[in-house]
Write a protein that binds this ligand. Structure first.
Ligand code: ZN
Ligand code: ZN
Ligand code: FE
Length: 724
């Protein structure tokens, strides 16, 4: 019996070799029909003997292309049509429909084998790729995703490449960046020369997928020290690219889940515990863990043959965006290993960590962007502009939210340029004309100013910590009110003070501030972030503890002049770190809290007292006890651990109190402070022991890099309620 089935397949099915696989399966089974990309994914029809059609769908779902993720298959039976063959049909843009943009993919095993096979015509070619791997987002200038719309447009395929490109059964069928040494991009310098430079301790700028890395031999201490000095980065951990998993294991402790993450096609930087003290000091002086990753381009593989590990840090000046063009490179490198395939979108390496086997994102960019997150069944066109530091923005349409790559600190003018440029590019690519612009409540954020200066029917201000919690709700598809615990550095409160230690009852549309940390003056405003001793002085003075802080600062604290009150949890961690003598002045953001966490004795379970009354958590008693312990000569490790335990215990107590009053049993944890693993795991375990269901960010960062998703989720929900 002849059957004809039409199927619409949603998920990650474009730019991942889906159509050639469908073609192979269908033709092998002697089925007729077609396959085509469409705005929602892939549409196909197969016609033939019923049993074989069944075999086709079984095979497709059992063995989809490696990088594909099938989110759903919708099928319907149609009257037979008498297809005489199976065809791959060209995609046509239809109206304002969006074709999905695939993220960049690490080189696949097949291409890797060819790269090192002397008999292969692409042997040693640093830009080898196929439909299963290679650059995607970073080379896309327009849609649909065809070669003319990529930065490969300027390279004309040679006849052998063209043949592969047009053969439906070939691994390179419609592989847009397909190329070979005869027709494709070339390096700017000899690879052997680049290797010798690195071997002699030079610092090399290397052009990768989304921008430049600054590289040096990780085991050459002098080279690492030079790189740190030239980059003005004395302490911040450096990321290492290792040759393979075996060399990672020589330097780091590695779980199975971490190994899988390292090897995933997104090839993110994974934070791992160091196992070698010698390497540790140069790479990560403050903390026994650092970022490790594996080669993800053919060029990386060719280089890493000669090294166990290379330091590979973003090629940028301090807080500026990653350089993607030779002209933007800072004068840090001794030489530049560039190439002539332009980068359409700057895109940093993503940074993740596994906590309790779950992925936590620190920075979401290459490999994940622009994979969408579903918000609702329908949304208007929304632009959410995000925060000011660690900025990302978010576009939403047709119920999907597209969070941008990490943009950075908008106070830097080059980052600001990058922000405005990428928003314009994304709106064009995604065919989004926002009718709603969502922004932070903070009137002075540059992102807020952008929102207010650009036209849209509706502008929506979203409170910072509400957005953090909403990002968790959006990720996990939650709609009911939850207990939202938002702990971070700073966020603008509607009362004009600086919030950052907040317990909310929130759903996507609205929130209520139920409990917060006790406020302390923030002497000198943002200067206190670089100088944790200021916050230590503030807490000490407010708690009646002795301090030798300068009279000028004491004056600020006592009068509140230039010292706005803040409930910031991040600043409280800073203050405690400084009071315990761990960090008076920070050379990078979060250093004090990182040292405090690193110091914490893993075995210590004790807590210190704190007060909880009238909606305020007061850690005054905690700080007084810690300082007294420090004065008595108790080990800093024990005190640091007890502080973490106490904050976790407070979270648990407050959640229980809110549950008793409101009957809520779900807790969402977000905000940059939850990048502290000790706090996150202790708080989560305590809450679960009390019967709470705990949700955290796993697909976007808990820091301000996830804010835009939360803003978009709030905007989508408020607009929905307006419509019904
Ligand atoms: Zn490949
Ligand atoms: Zn070629
Ligand atoms: Fe925040």
């Amino acid at each position: 019996m002849t059957t004809r089935i039409q199927a619409r397949i949603a998920g990650r099915v474009q730019g991942v070799g889906f159509r050639p696989t469908v073609y192979r399966y269908a033709t092998a089974l002697g089925l007729g029909g077609f396959v085509r990309n469409d705005p929602e994914g892939v549409t196909l029809e197969v016609e033939g003997e019923a049993a074989r059609v069944g075999d086709f769908f079984r095979q497709l779902t059992d063995e989809p292309p490696r990088q594909a993720e099938i989110a759903g298959i919708e099928t319907r039976a149609l009257p037979a049509r008498g297809y005489d063959r199976f065809e791959v049909v060209e995609s046509r843009p239809t109206g304002d429909a969006v074709f999905s943009i695939p993220p960049d993919l690490a080189i696949c095993d097949d291409c890797l084998r060819e790269l090192f096979d002397p008999r292969d015509r692409r042997f040693g070619y640093p830009f080898i790729n196929c439909t299963n791997c290679g650059p995607r987002f970073t080379i896309i200038c327009d849609l649909p995703y065809d070669r003319v719309h990529t930065t490969m447009a300027g390279f004309t395929m040679c006849p052998p490449c063209g043949q592969e490109y047009h053969a439906p059964a070939d691994r390179r069928f419609h592989a847009q960046p397909d190329a070979c040494g005869d027709c494709g991009p070339q390096l700017s310098m000899d690879l052997g020369a680049a290797v010798s430079l690195l071997q002699t301790g030079a610092i090399l700028a290397i052009k990768s997928l989304g921008g430049f890395h600054l590289a040096c031999d990780a085991f050459n201490a002098a080279a690492v020290a030079t790189l740190r000095a030239r980059k003005h980065r004395p302490h911040k951990p450096l990321a290492l690219m290792f040759r393979d998993v075996a060399t990672v294991r020589q330097s780091c402790r590695l779980s199975e889940a971490e190994e899988a993450e390292l090897l995933s096609p997104a090839r993110p930087i994974v934070l791992l515990r160091s196992a070698t003290p010698t390497l540790q000091h140069a790479i990560t002086p403050d903390f026994p863990s650092f970022g490790a990753f594996l080669p993800y381009t053919p060029l990386h593989h060719l280089l890493l043959q000669h090294f166990d590990a290379l330091v590979m840090t973003s090629g940028n000046r301090a807080e500026e965006p990653i350089a993607s063009d030779d002209a933007e490179l800072p004068s840090v490198a001794d030489a530049v290993l560039s190439h002539n395939r332009p980068i359409a979108h700057k895109c940093d390496d993503s940074v993740v960590r596994l906590v309790n086997g779950q992925r936590q994102m620190f920075r979401r960019a290459r490999g994940f962007v622009p994979h969408p997150i579903r918000l609702a069944t329908h949304t208007p066109h929304i632009l959410a502009v995000g925060g000011e530091l660690k900025n990302t923005f978010c576009l939403a349409r047709d119920g999907q939210a597209f969070l941008s790559q990490h943009i950075g600190d908008l106070k830097e003018f080059r980052t600001w340029d990058y922000f405005t440029h990428e928003i314009a590019e994304w709106q064009r690519l995604m065919r989004v004309t926002p009718s709603v612009i969502a922004h932070d409540l903070h009137p002075a954020y540059r992102s807020t100013r952008y929102a207010l200066a650009h036209p849209a029917e509706t502008k929506l201000a979203v409170q910072h910590h509400h957005a953090h919690i909403a990002s968790v709700l959006a990720e996990h598809g939650l709609h009911e009110p939850v207990i939202g615990v938002a702990l971070d550095g700073t966020g603008y409160g509607p009362d004009g003070t600086i919030w950052g230690g907040e317990f909310l009852v929130a759903d996507r549309a609205a929130y209520e501030r139920v409990v917060h940390f006790k406020p302390y003056p923030l002497p000198g405003g943002d200067a206190a972030i670089q100088e944790p001793w200021r916050m230590a002085a503030s807490v000490a003075i407010c708690e009646g503890l002795p301090t030798d802080c300068p009279a000028t600062i004491r004056h600020l604290i006592e009068t509140g002049f230039h010292a706005p009150p803040t409930t910031s949890a991040g600043r409280l961690f800073d203050a405690v770190a400084a009071l315990l003598g761990l960090c008076g002045t920070a050379t990078y953001e979060g250093q004090a809290a990182i040292r405090l966490e690193a110091a914490a004795d893993p075995a210590e379970r004790g807590v210190e007292p704190f007060d909880l009354a009238a909606g305020v958590v007061d850690f005054g008693p905690t700080v007084r006890a810690l300082v007294a312990g420090h004065d008595r000569g108790q080990p800093v490790g024990r005190l640091a651990a007890r502080f973490h335990n106490t904050v976790a215990a407070a979270i648990r107590n407050v959640a229980r109190q809110i549950r008793a009053a409101r009957g809520l049993r779900v807790v969402a944890l977000s905000g940059g402070v939850f990048q502290n693993e000790r706090l996150l795991t202790t708080a989560t375990a305590g809450l679960q022991e009390d019967g709470f269901t705990v949700f955290t960010n796993t697909r976007v960062p808990p820091n301000d890099g996830g804010l835009a998703l939360g803003q978009a989720a709030v905007a989508a929900e408020r607009m929905r309620r307006l419509c019904v």
